[in-house]
Design a protein around this ligand. Sequence first.
Ligand code: HEC
Length: 159
Amino acid sequence: MKKLIDQISTFVLILAIASCGQKSANETNGESGQQPQSMIEDEPVDDGLGIGNYKDFVEAEYNADLAQKGKVVFDAKCLACHKITDQKVVGPGLLGITKRRKAAWILNMITNPVEMTQKDPTAKDLLAEHLTQMTFQDVNDADAKAIYEYLRMVDGAGN
Ligand code: HEC
């Protein structure tokens, strides 16, 4: 009889352990079930500044001479694909660009177009729409800033 009681209590003990294990397995499932949600919360918010060296760029007062220099570079390196109207050529027309996008974003797009179209949500959408990859046009820092000034001029700065 004692042996039977021993056997039963061992059985009960095993049951208790088994159900305990099951419970903690359920709890773990519950936690992992919530993980995707917290991953969505962790996703970076698009700050509209783009990706590249110009995230901290703050535009100075409009400079008409710099804009004229920018026009020369723009005509040589950009005009084949971009009009300064709202009309698309290979890429989008750039009229109004300085109102639509932040200065930092535009400078990052000019100097880092491939990474931008891979990682920046706005630039990604543009590539999906225009189906041609804008490539880096070998524009140095001074030229990039001059082009930006020219785009400001096109959008009416200094008038
Ligand atoms: C080979 C054609 C080509 C050349 C050259 C080119 N681009 Fe682009 N550009 C594009 C395309 C196409 C897009 C849209 C994104 C994409 O598909 O890569 C674009 C996008 C842009 C955008 C974003 C437009 C928007 O609506 O937000 C800016 C700004 C821009 N280009 C400026 C320039 C400047 C400045 C130059 C000259 C230094 C230049 N691009 C040279 C093809 C070109």
